[in-house]
Write a protein that binds this ligand. Structure first.
Ligand code: NZQ
Ligand code: ZN
Length: 395
């Protein structure tokens, strides 16, 4: 087990009707004027925004609305939020939405508290000072990215060509409070539900198959989460308003990316590093869909370096019988079973299903490896040749 620090400071308020507590909770956290941040309109359609505003008003808090965040949140829009937040002298940001809205809110907070362009941190791998924390809260509407408890903030710079998608990793961007009502996810489409299931699984899997194998407890927590998500995912896709299934996915979204399943393990996240350039260059590709294609291909490419762990995963999560004489067969069977599951929940597993053709690969690889100078760290360094081989496995 590696040394680790575990700190998950976000207060989670979970269950039906929790919206009514938003105003009082925020007031206790010191909020007086709140920037209410949301996306393309789903929260208006469902009536959630009205409930949020009623709760703020009841608690005597003033607010300013700032909607319109697009999936894969853009820097140009974040700049507008920083200007608005400054002009309106807000002292709290409440993200009402999914990962994109939350990450936009986090970035606006970084801009407001530091006085710097958040891209400065994303592009250089640096982060704000420890005390530079702008209070951000979340009312989650989709179970997926885990940003409601994570220390990460993924934004896309649309002010440069080609667009670049990059994360700020910092304890300063963990939300202070998250209101998680599974009912607010009943309206998520089947496709976005599928994307969310894959992303939740990935945040745990990227902490599981890392090439470092001495952390039995974390692995068993991870396996329990994966099995639970696998089953709840099936139910939520078939019955979008099944409360228990949606509740499982929502809590798993948070636990999968708040570092719980990674305690004592190393963190590299190679498949996320392969995916982010894909959705940066192709804005219409959802993060979860990109992962659904890339993870099985990556796994197939690297499994030879970690047969015991991939076989264990296959056996304990994907119910593949263990072939002790040929564990590599078990490992491969697990990857195949995962692909079948992704197909079952409507997710793509081939590059062509993302609308990607081989003539576009070089541009994506160029962005992924910064012109071939920065391989993606995995079991082995993944440079242009290795990434091309992974793409080939996903064709
Ligand atoms: O914009 P609206 O109208 O709200 O529609 C959204 C959006 O079109 C819709 N949606 C959300 N809740 C809904 C709903 N539709 C109906 N009913 C609801 N209740 O779903 C669409 C996708 O929303 P988005 O927020 O983009 O999804 P997600 O939560 O998957 O977030 C994806 C973003 O998070 C980043 C991804 O890269 C991507 O940019 N990530 C952030 C992470 C983090 N900060 O820790 C980690 C992840 O690995 C990921 O990279
Ligand atoms: Zn992710």
């Amino acid at each position: 087990m590696q040394n680790f620090t575990y700190c998950a400071p976000t207060k989670v308020i979970f269950g039906r009707g929790v919206e009514s507590q938003i105003g009082t909770e925020l007031r206790e956290l010191g909020a007086t004027r709140v920037l209410v941040h949301f996306g393309g309109g789903s929260v208006k359609k469902t009536g959630l925004l009205d409930k949020v505003i009623a709760s703020l008003t009841e608690a005597g808090l003033s607010y300013v609305e700032f909607g319109g965040v697009e999936p894969n949140p853009k820097l140009s829009f974040i700049h507008k939020g920083i200007e608005l937040g400054r002009a309106e002298k807000v002292d709290f940001i409440l993200a009402v939405g999914g990962g994109s809205v939350i990450d936009s809110a986090k970035a606006i907070g970084v801009g407001l508290v530091t006085g710097n362009d958040p891209w400065q941190y994303a592009s250089t791998g640096t982060h704000p000072e420890r005390n530079e924390v702008f209070p951000v809260g979340v009312v989650l509407t989709i179970s997926a990215a885990g940003s409601e408890m994570s220390n990460s903030d993924v934004i896309t710079n649309d002010l440069i060509t080609p667009w670049v998608k990059q994360g700020i990793t910092s304890e300063t961007v963990r939300p202070l409070v998250a209101f998680l009502n599974p009912e607010n996810t009943f309206t998520v489409s089947k496709f976005q539900t599928g994307c969310g299931i894959v992303d939740i699984m990935m945040h745990t899997l990227e902490r599981y198959v890392t090439g470092q194998d001495e952390c039995d407890l974390s692995e068993r927590i991870a396996e329990a989460l994966l099995v639970s998500v696998r089953e709840a995912g099936r139910v939520a896709i078939a019955h979008p308003d099944n409360y228990e299934a949606r509740a499982t996915l929502m809590w798993a979204s948070s636990l999968s990316h708040n570092d719980l399943t990674g305690c004592g393990k190393i963190r590299k996240f190679p498949v996320h590093k392969l995916e982010h350039p894909v959705s940066a260059l192709h804005d219409s590709i959802s993060h979860g869909a990109g992962l659904s294609v890339l993870f099985p291909a990556w796994a197939q490419f690297v499994m030879k370096y970690d047969i015991p762990k991939f076989a264990q995963l296959a056996n304990r999560v994907w119910d593949c019988p263990m072939d002790f004489d040929h564990p590599e067969r078990t490992a491969l069977a697990g990857i195949e079973a995962m692909k079948r599951y992704f197909t079952e929940i409507g997710m793509p597993t081939h590059m062509s299903e993302l609308g990607l053709t081989p003539d576009e690969y070089d541009a994506i690889i160029d962005l992924t490896t910064k012109g071939g100078t920065r391989p993606v760290k995995s079991y082995i360094d993944l440079g242009p040749d290795e990434i091309r081989a992974i793409y080939a496995l996903a064709e």
